[in-house]
Design a protein around this ligand. Structure first.
Ligand SMILES: Cc1ncc(COP(=O)(O)O)c(C=O)c1O
Length: 407
């Protein structure tokens, strides 16, 4: 019921006694770093995603980086990445000394499509000796990293087609999409690799964490070694005193304490997903009545990670919501608008008409399983109130609550 007494955060983890018990068990076990609990978590992910290999890491960013290194992405290479994403998707390409080629996204899905990539290739590339050359940067395009925005899934089959046609790998930044389905199949084993995030705001969380899944044995083996210094054998499996370093290495492993949280969250996944789905449905039904709002795109199989709307005068709208105690997010400010990316002098804002239009109008509303019935109703009421004030000039009472606390 508005007015609220506390601020409704944009996201909040859903932690039960089960996670606490699970962590307690590890804390008392005598083994805190990567070990059997992580292995157990990996086995659970493998069977859930119907994929041969799952490797749990300390973030999705680590997973994306390791995947690119496992494909030997290096200076002189480039990767196709949507401009409408979080910086991690592209930053890892720079980390390999390669170039992320930012492309526009589809106006309705907010994601890349075969058509977008086809147009990009026709405009800027040449296919010679089974290699796709990006002419402006003189780099070899080695792969496509698609992003399943908000938990909705790109059209994987058509992306696979174009990847195959041009000898590219297809990887998925599935940071938002744990549990999402494509054509009635769980994602995770459908392309060359998928990377999930278990960051604090994600559908299942370990606080910080992520996982990479793949069906390629050699890629999985490389990544397993690279996640911990390139050791020949994982610490918890080592029987001898002397180890070898057999490949390049990073410190991207996860601790068993976090895997214990992950396993408990994993076991509650469907319960939490159903709550998100229900909130999504309530918002869609309620906001359909407000005809200047463009609703979150509907998509079968979504993980309902984000609930976005598009509305003109977006910043004023957000102000109303915030004044009523509803925190919001913006996903995403396109990467070519970020200072670091601008300084690269690689991207021209005029190439991204769809990103520009979406970015101008988009905002994300709270959607998570820890929301109460009152929280959900408050979001509906605050959106309706903001709408009536801004668009219907009803001048209904706005609750200005400077004293709201986060507790
Ligand atoms: C699309 C996308 N990719 C990658 C990441 C990075 O995830 P992590 O924080 O686990 O590294 C995020 C984080 O929110 C994201 O939104």
């Amino acid at each position: 019921m508005l007015p609220r007494k506390t601020i409704l955060p944009f996201a909040k983890p859903d932690i039960s006694e089960k996670e606490i018990e699970s962590v307690k068990e590890v804390l008392l076990s005598g083994w805190l770093t990567t070990g059997r609990k992580t292995e157990e978590f990996e086995e659970a992910l493998q069977s859930f995603c119907n994929v041969k290999y799952a490797i749990v890491l300390n973030s999705a960013t680590a997973g994306l980086h390791l995947a690119l290194r496992a494909f030997d992405i290096k200076k002189g290479d480039s990767i196709i990445v949507p401009a409408f994403t979080f910086t991690a998707t592209a930053e890892v390409v720079f980390r390999c000394n390669a170039i992320p080629l930012l492309v526009d996204v589809d106006r309705n899905s907010y994601m890349i499509s075969k058509e977008i990539i086809k147009n990009f290739i026709e405009q800027y590339c040449e296919f010679k000796n089974n290699q796709l050359i990006h002419l402006p940067t003189k780099t070899i395009i080695r792969g496509i990293l698609c992003v399943h925005y908000g938990g909705r899934v790109c059209d994987i089959d058509s992306l696979k087609e174009i990847a195959k046609q041009y000898n590219l790998f297809l990887g998925e930044d599935a940071a938002h999409a744990f549990g999402s389905m494509y054509k009635n199949k769980k994602i995770g084993g459908l392309t060359d690799f998928s990377v999930f995030s278990f960051y604090a705001t994600k559908n299942i969380t370990t606080g910080e964490g992520g996982a990479l899944t793949t069906n390629h044995k050699t890629i999985a083996n490389k990544i397993r070694k690279m996640r911990l210094h390139g050791f020949d054998i994982e610490t918890y499996k080592r029987k001898k005193h002397i180890y070898d370093v057999v490949t390049e290495g990073y410190k991207y492993n996860i601790s068993d304490i976090l895997s214990a949280i992950g396993l408990a969250q994993f076991n509650r996944h469907y319960e939490m997903l159903n709550k998100r789905k229900r909130i999504h449905e309530i918002y869609q039904t309620q906001f359909k009545k407000l005809d200047k709002i463009k609703l979150n795109p509907e998509e079968e199989g979504s993980s309902y990670h984000l609930y976005t709307i598009e509305i003109s005068r977006r910043d004023e709208f957000i102000k109303y919501l915030n004044q009523n105690g509803i925190q919001t997010g913006i996903h995403f400010k396109p990467l070519y608008r970020m200072t670091y990316y601008k300084n690269k002098k690689l991207y021209n804002i005029n190439n991204y008409p769809n990103c520009e239009e979406i970015y101008k109008n988009i905002l994300s509303l709270p959607i998570y399983s820890a929301m109460s019935e009152e929280d959900i109703q408050d979001v509906v009421d605050a959106v309706t109130l903001a709408y009536e004030n801004l668009y219907l000039k009803k001048n209904r009472k706005r609750f200005v609550l400077p004293f709201l606390s986060h507790k």
